[in-house]
Design a protein around this ligand. Structure first.
Ligand code: FAD
Length: 502
């Protein structure tokens, strides 16, 4: 079997340019990588919050982090603050990092849970968040990069970015073009399939140009021009669990010192996001059109701004779900062309990355082995479903007492895998990791604790730790974490001295 000679990417949004930058290393040596995009159609133009895995992608591309932060107006992100999800008015943080330190093979939060239920003064343990450096630093508005020394508390910190996704795409375009990717401006109006096997032969542009290829990557956004329209792969809707179907997005003026976390605040029939960049704040409202009018959604969005809107809100419509499979014949869909999950846990750009890295690890040759395609499809489906369940957890286990929307979310039975997870948590605070899951056990613990609250009981192995000894251990850890966070630079100072926008 021969290596593929012609790779064609349709779409120049975040998905298209991330894919192009990653595939640029294949360009040359007999292979061409062509990206077709249409300025007339434009991109979705939102997508500002990320999760820590993006650091791996940037490292893979050899990107200098300070240069990237400067170019994209980025800030650092230590987690997501959820407001009004668990109990009306309550808040919790899903921080990037670990809670405390496990002892004698027992998960830290189990020890904390046992102590919290003891008599005073042994129950003076504060909140679980007090034991996570990312959560404490976020609360104080501080940031530093983690050290590589596993003995230091600072090594437990993880971080991601808030950035302008349009500027990120431009940044990657530069890298990709430098690496040999050819960019073609034009609108795809036709997709030609081979009569014998139905593979895509070529795409045809509005001006008649025909671009042939051996592998086509569909990054055409919600349109899914190749995988959906041309190859007819059906869309599987997850709307029954995730009923929100619209969003309004609006930028507002900078808030001065940006906080190092995203905020997600519930509304009557959805939630608002607040994402601080260096030069502006990104705001939006994800809502369910069956329970809220567009006017009411816009009012709730604008009323919740804490700085001045700099344009009119822009509306986006979507359905949560994924294509039945993401690789069909010689076409792989990456980004919105493959599926959509609302940005509650900032996972869309991660799913692009996951599509790219899994494609690189199962890269086809001219034989297009079905076994590799099937493996890819199973892996991607699992990625989507695990993230879907994590997002459903927030909705299903909501504690809002007002409104039919929230009641409907509570009443809808969750997927089976989530049912088991919920039961394991409620019983004894178990948040067992699943193979290959994106969010760590600590991430699940944060959200389960925030949405559901304390489990009824705890791991029986905690009984092997004397309560007095455990109390000293917790007190020490809390002190060290508090001191480490307080000694970190203020987030805005860190940016000013390393990577401020010119
Ligand atoms: P698009 O940006 O839509 O790009 C599609 C490309 O295809 C464009 O270049 C377009 O010109 C081209 N194209 C389409 N049709 C044709 C044609 N006929 N001919 C030629 N070219 C064509 N993700 C996160 O990770 N974090 C977030 O905080 C986040 N927030 C979001 C909020 C909302 C409301 C929405 C809707 C999405 C959010 N996302 C977020 C997702 C994120 O925006 C997308 O995953 C990301 O931008 C990738 O989009 P894309 O490149 O797949 O599609």
């Amino acid at each position: 079997m021969a290596p593929l000679k012609r790779i064609v990417i349709v779409g120049g949004g975040t998905a298209g340019w991330m894919t192009a930058a990653a595939l640029a290393r294949l360009a040359g040596a007999g292979t061409t990588v062509t990206l077709v995009e249409s300025e007339e159609i434009g991109t979705v133009g939102v997508g500002e919050a990320t999760i820590p895995s993006l650091l791996d992608f940037n490292r893979y591309l050899g990107i200098d982090e300070d240069a990237f932060v400067r170019a994209t107006g980025a800030t650092f992100k230590l987690g997501i603050e959820f407001v009004g999800w668990g109990k009306a008015g309550g808040r919790y943080m899903h921080p990037f990092g670990t809670f405390g330190r496990d002892a004698a093979g027992i998960k830290f939060h189990q020890i904390w849970r046992r102590q919290a239920g003891l008599q005073a003064p042994l129950n003076d343990v504060g909140s679980l968040e007090d034991y996570c450096l990312a959560a404490v630093a976020a609360r104080l508005g501080r940031f530093n990069r983690p050290t590589g020394d596993p003995a230091a508390v600072l090594s437990s910190l993880r971080y991601a970015f808030h950035f302008d996704a349009g500027l990120y795409a431009q940044f990657l375009r530069h890298l990709a073009e430098e690496g040999g990717v050819r960019r073609v401006e034009g609108r795809v109006t036709q997709v030609d399939l081979a009569p014998d096997n139905g593979f895509i032969d070529a795409i045809v542009l509005a001006d008649g140009r025909r671009i042939e290829g051996d592998l086509f990557i569909d990054c055409s956004g919600f349109r899914a021009l190749l995988l959906g329209d041309a190859l007819g792969v059906p869309f599987v809707s997850w709307q029954k669990w995730l009923p929100c179907d619209r969003a309004l997005a609006v930028p507002s003026t900078s808030s001065g010192a940006p906080v190092p976390y995203t905020r997600a605040t519930t509304t009557e029939a959805g939630w608002r996001w607040r994402i601080p960049l260096q030069h502006r704040v990104g705001n939006g409202h994800v809502y369910c059109s069956a329970y809220m009018t567009d006017e009411a959604a816009a009012d709730a969005l604008l009323a919740g701004l804490d700085t001045l809107a700099t344009s009119e809100p822009r509306q986006l419509r979507f359905t949560a779900g994924v294509r039945e499979h993401l690789w069909e014949r010689n076409c792989v869909a990456i980004g919105l062309a493959g599926g959509f999950l609302e940005p509650l846990e900032s996972t869309s750009i991660h799913l692009i990355q996951s599509g790219i890295t899994r494609l690189m690890s199962l890269f086809p040759d001219s034989g297009h082995a079905p076994i590799e395609r099937d493996k890819y499809n199973r892996m991607l489906r699992r990625d989507y479903e695990q993230i879907r369940d994590f997002i459903i957890l927030h909705y299903h286990a909501n504690g809002r007492i007002d409104g039919d929307f929230w009641q409907q979310c509570r009443d809808t039975p969750p997927p089976d895998a989530l049912v088991e997870r919920l039961a394991l948590w409620r019983e004894r605070g178990r948040a067992m990791p699943e193979p290959g899951q994106l969010f760590s056990e600590d991430g699940w613990i944060a959200v389960l604790m925030g949405q559901i609250g304390l489990p009824q009981s705890y791991d029986p192995l905690v009984a092997t730790l004397p309560p007095e000894e455990a109390a000293r251990f917790l007190q020490h850890l809390r002190g060290v974490i508090g001191q480490t966070a307080a000694a970190m630079p203020a987030h805005d100072q860190f940016i000013a001295s390393h990577c401020a926008r010119p």
